[in-house]
Design a protein around this ligand. Sequence first.
Ligand code: SF4
Length: 306
Amino acid sequence: MTTTAVQASPSETARALGRRLQVPLRLPAALNGKVITNLSPSSAARFLACPEEWRRYYIARDRLPAAPVMFLGKTVDQAANHCFELMIAGRPHPPLSDLLDRYRQAHTDLLEEEEYAFTAQESPERMLELGAGAVRVVYEHVLPDIHEPIACQRTVEFRITRNAEWTVRGYLDLEERTRVRDLKIKGSPIGQPTANHDLQADTYLTERAIVGRPASEFIFDCVLKPGSRRKQYGYEQNRVRYADYRLRRTLVDYASVARGICDLHATRGPEGPWPFASRGLKFGQTPKCSSRYCDFYASCPRGAAF
Ligand code: SF4
């Protein structure tokens, strides 16, 4: 007689793993008294890279105007989302000229609505030019590769354990029936080793598995902009395939980040400092302690404060 092992479904695995992990019931409150109720892929990645930077951003809520590259990403996203929404509705995407008009309007609107840390080198005019080039790359490389789109900018949210009062939450750029995608604008390629270890990819693949609509892969659509390292626009695609170990790794990572936050809050207090970024670099990660990658570089003892 042969016996067939019954494989646990991803949602059963997640429930069982959630019971075994020591997941804090709640996250601490920020200094303004508001309890933190969710962790996103970027928030968890920020904590893993530098707990002190996380404390300053989420507990002290020391917020500076965002970098121009965030402005660039948002405006290109808005133009791309317009196309995605049409395609989800079963309609053809607009011609490039219409898409560029929509992009320029998004640029004008966002300049009026939000404050960004523009500089002489990264001025609104420079961002407009870079964004128009990025929209062309999206049009030529990303749109033709989209198959069976079903949602864009969906809020993804799940709990690691049933009684936890906080959730993992993020926003998915584009979902297809069998794949999920994220659009990035960068100065240099992400590279496959970094993509393979990316918490964002793991998080969205995990959510689709838990809700019973598994996606076979996560695709980074990476638009490469010209700058000091490259002369022309480029496009790189990195694909991360779903595997059960990603689900386990994701849940364990969020549980340990939540535990780490609660432990540091209890032992070092909300005023900190909490541990600084480590020196170790792997998989091409960028050095964290620099004015380019950390808003708190000027005021942090590990940065330029002394
Ligand atoms: S300067 Fe370095 S150690 Fe200090 S907050 Fe920024 S990343 Fe962390």
